[in-house]
Design a protein around this ligand. Structure first.
Ligand code: SF4
Length: 523
């Protein structure tokens, strides 16, 4: 019996969130066998994209960016296949059966299960050698500032961030000190948006025929498989467009990014935020180019230090810290539930009505656009879910479904760790809980709300208020042990027994109603 000998070609599998200008597996394969002997494959896996009912714009962004990337590779002389298949394995089998490669090169997935599958099973499943190269999408892949930190050691973001700044020499002066004389300008970055202030619009990108084809495909997905609408899709889908989005941010928004970084607005969804995370997380942009661009704008005198540092902190600090924590805490992180929260996700997260104006606006916006900025995610959505005791995995799934920039590696540490403090305080040293006073100070949401942000109990009391105090009362002993929460817990001194009883009763009534609505049984 004669066996078919493998051709002298190598295959390169490029994952949909690895659309790098210089993909390491492609570079390595070309160096090994020459471009003419490399076969590139990208797979649109139905199993992967139906894991959750994803926001339609998110699916359009992913598929359109993949297809444009493949087209560019073909223009550059590569032999490329884009395969729509029931699963990644089926797609890879179709590909290897069509070209019989001597081996497959790929880059490690950014997600835990995918990476272990590549490393531990793929070669055997395909019957060919598989080389999994290190992932280059994160700067911690180049430099891990705390390579041997055990889980017993808590490394806070600030320590991590300063180590990264020093190593990559970002915003450091000639004496090795932080530019502007300080590491942190948070005290200058907490301004609410002045009334009538008009932030510049985000750039929108015209849809190509290829994007319109993807939109037509995604628009017809049944509602059990997708949410939101493709209408109005105008994200960048190529590196050229993503670079234009970066340039627009540097020119029009970075200057005021710092002061209004924490502001929230009913009128303006994106304010001065970069909205570059969808491109960064797909590989269309790379973290160091963003960081260097902001640093350069500061050195050129175009933006103040609090804006440049605030942006660098997001990319070189938070983003890298989050992925570092993800790999450190997985797989246990996926199941973390440190506050023993088990309430189902309220129905208004899927568009049912709520009288809470802030949440209604932010959730509606997220479902229709796939985006809200990080303070709305943290201080509105996660704050509410932590106070209301919502099951962490349900919150995480909602973020994964809804946000265009959401992937497991970023959402688990951000939502379960930072937002819900469900990881035992590994990611954030305190639970980020706040009453309506914070939301009222940092936004204009309360002006259009039927609730009163100043009232703690009573018919018009804002739910954030009685839920906040109920959370402190319910977890008083635990919270007292946290030095960063001293003042909040001390505030309980001002609540007499009667007020404590009213807070508990209001919270109980509200939470029961929430659970009933989630079960489809409005009381
Ligand atoms: Fe949100 Fe409460 Fe303000 Fe209404 S009053 S917008 S529910 S914080």
């Amino acid at each position: 019996m004669s066996m078919r000998r493998p051709d002298p070609c190598l295959s390169v599998w490029i994952l949909g969130d690895q659309l790098l200008a210089h993909h390491p597996a492609l570079v390595a394969a070309e160096q090994a066998v020459g471009r003419e002997n490399v076969r590139v494959v990208l797979i649109e896996s139905a199993a992967r994209t139906r894991r959750l009912p994803y926001q339609r714009k998110k699916l359009v962004l992913l598929f359109s960016a993949m297809r444009h990337y493949a087209l560019q590779l073909a223009v550059d002389g590569h032999q490329v296949q884009v395969i729509a298949a029931p699963s990644f394995l089926e797609g890879l089998r179709q590909h290897t059966q069509s070209c019989h490669p001597q081996g497959l090169l790929t880059m490690a997935a950014s997600e835990y299960r995918g990476r272990h599958w590549q490393q531990d099973q793929l070669s055997q499943l395909l019957g060919i050698p598989v080389t999994v190269l290190p992932n280059t999408q994160f700067l911690v892949g180049q430099h891990d500032p705390f390579p041997s930190a055990s889980l017993d050691r808590r490394v806070v973001m600030e320590t991590f961030y300063r180590a990264m700044r020093r190593h990559f020499d970002v915003l450091m002066d000639a004496r090795g000190q932080p530019a502007g004389g300080r590491w942190n300008f948070d005290d200058q970055n907490r301004r609410p948006l002045p009334r009538g202030h008009q932030p510049p619009p985000l750039p929108g990108f015209a849809t190509s025929a290829m994007t319109r084809q993807v939109m037509a495909e995604v628009a017809t997905l049944p509602s059990a498989q997708a949410t939101g609408s493709v209408d109005g899709f105008d994200f960048a889908v190529t590196r050229t467009e993503a670079l234009a989005a970066l340039e627009d941010f540097l020119t029009h928004r970075l200057r005021s990014f710092g002061p209004y970084e924490d502001a929230m607005s009913a009128q303006h969804a994106t304010l001065y935020h970069s909205v570059l995370s969808p491109y960064l997380n797909l590989g269309l942009l790379e973290p160091l180019e963003l960081v260097r661009a902001a640093e350069q704008a500061y050195h050129a005198g175009r933006v103040p230090i609090n804006s440049a540092e605030g942006f660098v902190r997001q990319v070189l600090g938070w983003r890298e810290y989050i992925t570092w924590q993800y790999w450190r805490l997985m797989p246990a992180l996926a199941e973390a539930n440190g506050w023993d929260a088990h309430r189902p996700l309220p129905a208004f997260f899927w568009g049912e009505p709520t009288e809470m104006a802030c949440l209604r606006r932010v959730v509606d916006r997220a479902i229709s656009t796939g985006y809200s900025h990080h303070i709305e995610r943290l201080m509105l959505i996660c704050n509410f879910c932590l106070l209301a005791g919502i099951e962490p995995t349900a919150v995480d799934d909602w973020f994964l479904s809804t946000y265009v920039d959401a992937y497991e590696w970023v959402m688990l540490p951000n939502v379960l760790g930072m937002g819900l403090n469900a990881d035992g305080g590994q990611t954030a040293t305190k639970p980020y809980v706040a009453s309506a006073a914070y939301i009222s100070r940092m936004s204009d949401y309360c002006q259009g709300c039927r609730y009163n942000p100043k009232q703690r109990t009573g018919a018009d009391a804002c739910p954030f208020n009685f839920l906040y105090w109920n959370f402190l009362l319910s977890h008083e002993d635990t919270l007292r042990q946290n030095p960063r929460l001293g003042q909040s817990v001390l505030g309980l001194r001002h609540l007499d027994d009667a007020e404590r009883g009213r807070v508990r009763a209001e919270a109980e009534r509200f939470l029961q109603q929430l659970s009933a609505e989630a079960a489809g049984d409005p009381a």
